[in-house]
Design a protein around this ligand. Structure first.
Ligand code: FAS
Ligand code: PHB
Length: 389
């Protein structure tokens, strides 16, 4: 098989790139290690920046998102019983969209099907060959048979545990990492959200987040120990802990119900540089990870795809390689700002095991400054709605 672009990974990054390229007459193939059902079973991000919303529109897959998504013009920040709002609309003129990553991925799969796109599932042993040449190729195995795809470019959209990043030689790669001493226990419940905006809450017991997917589907998180497993937490234990971490006025109105999904995500900040090696380009979680506190994971994958898509258009339509030559530089400039925001908001609202009384005073002072200072709130809002591409 020959394709202009071979995309490894059938998550939101890979599918979005494939659909965008298709609409510009550039052919691709997506290799996905798992099944479609498995990919769609993962509950992950919930917040879309306007940049991602615009890419979904450009990809021609925004109809359901525009119908079912929720515009949010602000959020609540709480620390103990102290709570205040940050109004994105007043401060930036922008907003975010609540629309789950699962739905984004479903819409993209449906669009690839409708366009006759090629997504190969259960692709095992994906291996990238000659990425540092002008004739890269990719091999993979399905049903015991090895196949080869010759291509112009390889897009590594295969997430943190994929093969693409590891294809770049260790003496070329520079990796930066911070592993946080806690995780997030998340549940999904068919209950009405506790509030019409998200609530990011710090407390002496740890962080909590109240989010949602729709009027009767809520997403909640509590900071938990890395030694916890979902089985350690009954639903009642989760609800009790959540109530203790959010302001009393919200705890009193919380409507609980059985969890329909319960999982623990470890928190990590990670960036690999460069994001390009020869004809191989890393996108999304394959290149970087953020703690989900700033809702930047999916949204930085989106800006990567924007930069790579524009670079490939420039290459194929104008014969100019400037866009792909500057891909890594452009993508990393935005990624590091998102890494900083995600790291800072995690530090603002989480309890670290080794925090001293002085550290706690600094954290409370940070929250108070954000509560009282217009410039601080504007900076928070600009980061949260998404910095320019
Ligand atoms: P993905 O990991 O989504 O997709 C990569 C795909 O590549 C997967 O389908 C995988 O099966 C496939 N793959 C891997 N190796 C392969 C191989 N060798 N060959 C072929 N295919 C291969 N972000 C937020 O903004 N908010 C959140 O609340 C949030 N929660 C998260 C919770 C968890 C548990 C995790 C892991 C991430 C979370 N994220 C969150 C971040 C998440 O949304 C990612 O940013 C987003 O999935 C990035 O999309 P992709 O880059 O497509 O990577
Ligand atoms: C979610 O709804 O899953 C969500 C929202 C905001 C975040 C992280 C996760 O910062």
């Amino acid at each position: 098989m020959r394709r202009q672009v071979c995309i490894i990974g059938g998550g939101p990054s890979g599918l979005l790139l494939s659909q965008l390229l298709h609409r510009q007459g550039i052919d691709s193939v997506v290799l996905e290690r798992k099944t479609r059902d498995y990919v769609l079973s993962r509950i992950r991000a919930g917040i879309l920046e306007t940049g991602m919303v615009n890419l979904m529109r450009e990809a021609g897959v925004s109809e359901r998102m525009d119908r079912e998504g929720y515009i949010h013009e602000g959020t609540v920040i709480a620390h103990g019983d102290d709570r205040f709002g940050i109004n994105f609309k007043d401060l930036t003129g922008d907003h975010v969209m609540i629309y789950g990553q699962t739905e984004v991925t479903r819409d993209l799969y449906d669009a690839r099907d409708a366009a006759g796109g090629t997504v190969i599932f259960n692709a095992e042993g994906v291996t990238i060959h000659d990425a540092d040449s002008d004739a890269p190729y990719v091999t993979y195995i399905t049903e015991g048979t090895e196949h080869r795809i010759d291509c112009d470019f390889v897009a590594g959209c295969d997430g943190f545990h994929g093969v693409s990043r590891r294809t770049i030689p260790l003496d070329v790669r520079r990796e930066y990492e911070k592993v946080y001493p806690f995780g997030w226990l998340g549940i999904l419940s068919e209950t009405p959200p506790v509030h019409d905006e998200l609530i990011y809450a710090g407390s002496d017991r740890g962080f909590a987040l109240c989010s949602m997917r729709n009027d009767n589907l809520s997403r909640y998180y509590v900071q938990c120990s890395l030694s916890d497993s979902p089985e350690d937490w009954t639903d009642d234990a989760f609800w009790d802990e959540l109530r203790k971490r959010i302001p009393q006025e919200f705890a009193d109105q919380l409507i609980t119900g059985p969890s329909i999904e319960k999982s623990i995500a470890p928190l990590r900040s990670f960036v690999t540089e460069p994001m390009r090696w020869g004809r191989l380009f890393l996108c999304g979680d394959a290149a970087h990870i953020v703690p989900p506190t700033g809702a930047k994971g999916l949204n930085t994958a989106a800006s990567d795809i924007h930069y790579l898509y524009q670079g490939l258009l420039q290459f194929y339509h104008e014969g100019d390689s400037e866009g792909i030559d500057r891909y890594s530089e452009k993508a990393l400039a935005r990624i590091w700002k998102a890494e900083r925001f995600s790291w800072a908001t995690t530090n603002l609202l989480h309890r670290y095991p080794d925090q001293s009384p002085f550290d706690l005073k600094m954290q409370k002072a940070d929250v108070a400054f954000l509560r009282d200072n217009h410039a601080a709130q504007t900076a928070f809002a600009q980061n949260y709605v998404g910095l320019p591409y």
